[in-house]
Design a protein around this ligand. Sequence first.
Ligand code: ASP
Length: 343
Amino acid sequence: MTRSKILMIYTGGTIGMIENPETRALEPFDFSHLLQNVPKIRMLDFDIDHYEFPKPLDSSDIHPQHWGELARVIERNYNDYDGFVVLHGTDTMAFTASALSYMLENLNKPVIITGSQLPIGEVRTDGEENLITALQIAASRDEDGGPMVREVAILFANDLLRGNRSTKFSSDNFNAFTTNNYRNLASIGLGITFHPDSLWRPENPGELKVHTNMDCNVLYLDLFPGISESTVRHLLSTPNLKGVVLKTFGAGNGPTGEWFQSLLRQAIERDIVVVNVTQCMSGSVMPGRYKTGKVISDIGVVAGHDITSEAAITKLMYLFGRGLEPSEVREAMSRSLRGELSQ
Ligand code: ASP
């Protein structure tokens, strides 16, 4: 078997940051700093090249254009490498992972996203372990010699998670990510134990097709008891609005007041696609279970099932970015494209 070749793509994030001596704030730093701090990389028995973003970013500054840049780098190098490791800040990692999963249609190689909670230069850093494990996963092969992972995944501490099923749940723990409605792709302990039943295997893997256009005319409408009519009206009147992720209570429920229903109805009549996603950390939207959920679905709000809010908003951006009609977007939102929902 030939040696694996992995491309490491550095976008920024805490993993490569250092402290500004004047302000004491962490700021993104260059890639050589990161490599100097992980000499163990040279002990891995595969070839590693790297690409770095011209200006490393704190991931709170990530924009869909950067997702496009990432997707293009993967596309350009797709045939030359066995896998890709993306180093990224944790704050928006789940959004990037979800977006890339849609943008990389027919992906049949690993794209493993990782980062760290402590900068790589710090004594107790989690960055070194995350980086090395991510590289090992990207180089892992199945029994036929093909890539073990053929999807966008997040590796963080002990978990390998499907990217579009992941959420950052802790700003503090080393285990910062979780997946609430899907199984881990692998468990990381003394060894790396893959869970083959959880891994994505495309039915008819075709040629990689990359879609980089994302439409940002979307928003979250996050419900809370007492949300006012003027707030909802204002949000739904946003110019050029095309898609809304409605974050609802429990199994997909919301207020039954006439004003609320009527504002949603008017938005849907204006061809805005509204998707129902639960605010709960786990579980699914079940539109017919309560009257408070049924009224929302009767108006024409699409059930997002058990999708995460990160995967839902990026999916709307992707589908509208592909130029689909609202009716086509509605249809695609209710089924799985890349394993992002159980339906
Ligand atoms: N603010 C940082 C970022 O997302 C946090 C991190 O990397 O953990 O880039």
